[in-house]
Design a protein around this ligand. Structure first.
Ligand code: GLV
Ligand code: MN
Ligand code: MN
Length: 432
């Protein structure tokens, strides 16, 4: 690894950047659809508001902001050569329902600070990248998939892997993705304009809270990510027969909710026996949904992740066989609709190395920085199709995430900003 050209960053400069990040996480947390909770979904009025705030902060840090054809908010710090490729830094600004304030948001705000710290002002007073490539911050418009079930919509558009079948996905109110685009002021016909080509991207680097307890348990602030789990999501339907709750004896019942409940337990049992495979049933609804009616229909979701695609797919086949058995015994029918699928993404060796160097420089650790696999999904899963991907994890006390108690400390954010800036500088020092 070659030496870096990072300007010396004083502890006070970095600490003040971290304080700004923390204050802005609080400010974005106030942009929500739910009073008293943080909920901000794709193509909502809240999405438009956070994009405007991010654009303002990007401009103030020396970048030229613009919103792309997929609602991603971008900020560009160009290289001297306007045709030079860019190193993309960022994460997402959308949230789950009743979210924490750091998942995704932290990575966007840290990226803005890193650009502010690294930018060079030229003789004409213009902010420029100090590297032979531009720096671009991306605040992705949909990583979570909260509204339409399909995750990574923003980054998939950028990766050029958009699937036109997604236009017909509908939210809980029946609004399709196509309609939501128009309501947001975007033109579905121009989605292709969001796509980047591999030669336009030096790579994609993202900082994110760990969303698990490993760093907290080890007493370490930062980790290099080795790979991001592959994921599949399904919506499952179980059909039985709705009948009187009092008058129907047990041997005549075809209770769809009990079939779905047994299925959820089977998912846990099967996945627990596997290394690095996790299955979650996060939604379960019974119909018609009356206290005195045996449920005739049940719907539930399944989120399945694995370190390797083949293991994840083998486990899905095992779950399917088990569901055949459960539903067969109970006189029920079932079917599944796949709503999301993303392959595992392995972080590029060079970007793992630069992040590791960044951590060493920042934390000053004599010991080797931790390297973690990410069971949580990230925008890099989509961008891996067009760019080498690297990630930096920050300690997330108790590992709680997708919950209002999600946290990260300002001193860890300062360490993370220094590590990310150093990692970018290492990319800049690589022979090209
Ligand atoms: C996103 O946070 C996911 O991992 O589902
Ligand atoms: Mn996230
Ligand atoms: Mn998330």
């Amino acid at each position: 690894m070659t030496t870096t050209r990072l300007p010396e960053l004083s502890p006070e400069t970095v600490a003040s950047a971290a304080r700004r990040v923390m204050a802005r996480c609080d400010e974005l947390a106030r942009v929500t659809a739910d009073d008293g909770a943080i909920t901000r979904v794709h193509l909502s009025p809240e999405h438009a508001r956070v994009n405007r705030l991010a654009a303002e902060w990007m401009r103030e840090a020396g970048m030229t902001p613009r919103q792309d054809a997929a609602g991603n908010q971008l900020g560009l710090l160009p290289a001297d050569d306007p045709d030079a490729p860019v190193l993309m830094l960022g994460s997402h600004l959308d949230t789950v329902i009743d979210a924490g304030r750091f998942d995704g948001i932290l990575g966007v705000l840290m990226a803005i600070e890193v650009v502010r710290l690294l930018r060079r002002v030229d003789d004409e007073g213009r902010s420029r990248s100090p590297f032979p490539f531009g720096l671009e911050v991306a605040a992705f418009s949909d990583e979570e998939g909260t509204r339409f079930g399909k995750a990574l919509l923003g980054s998939s558009a950028m990766a050029g892997t958009w699937d036109d079948a997604w236009w017909d996905l509908a939210d809980a109110d029946g609004t399709t993705l196509r309609e939501a685009y128009r309501e947001f002021g975007l033109d579905p016909g121009r989605i292709g304009e969001a796509a980047r080509r591999p030669e336009q991207l030096v790579g994609y680097l993202e900082a994110h809270i760990e969303q698990g307890p490993e760093l907290d348990r080890r007493g370490e602030a930062l980790a290099v990510v080795s790979s991001i789990a592959s994921a599949r999501r399904f919506q499952l339907l179980v059909e039985g027969e709705a009948r009187h709750a009092g008058g129907t004896p047990y041997d005549m019942r075809r209770d769809a909710l009990l079939g779905a409940s047994e299925a959820a337990l089977a998912v846990e049992r099967i996945c627990r026996g596997e290394h690095h495979i996790i299955g979650t049933v996060g939604q379960l609804e019974a119909f018609p949904g009356a206290v005195n009616v045996v449920p005739g229909e049940a719907r539930f979701s399944l989120d399945l992740r694995g370190e390797f695609d083949a293991d994840r797919d083998r486990v899905w086949r095992a779950i399917s066989l088990e569901l055949d058995d459960i539903m067969g015994r109970r006189g029920l029918r079932w079917r599944a609709r796949e709503v999301h699928s993303a392959p595992a993404v392995f972080c590029a060796p060079l970007l793992q190395d630069v992040v590791r160097e960044g951590i060493r420089h920042s934390v000053g650790a004599a010991a080797e920085p931790a390297t973690l696999f990410s069971p949580a999904g990230h925008d890099g899963m989509a961008l891996g199709a067009v760019a080498p991907v690297g990630m930096l994890f920050l300690r997330n006390p108790d590992g709680i995430s997708h919950h209002p108690d999600e946290s990260v400390s300002a001193p860890d954010v300062a360490l993370g900003i220094r590590a990310l800036a150093e990692a970018v500088a290492h990319v800049g020092a690589e022979p090209r």
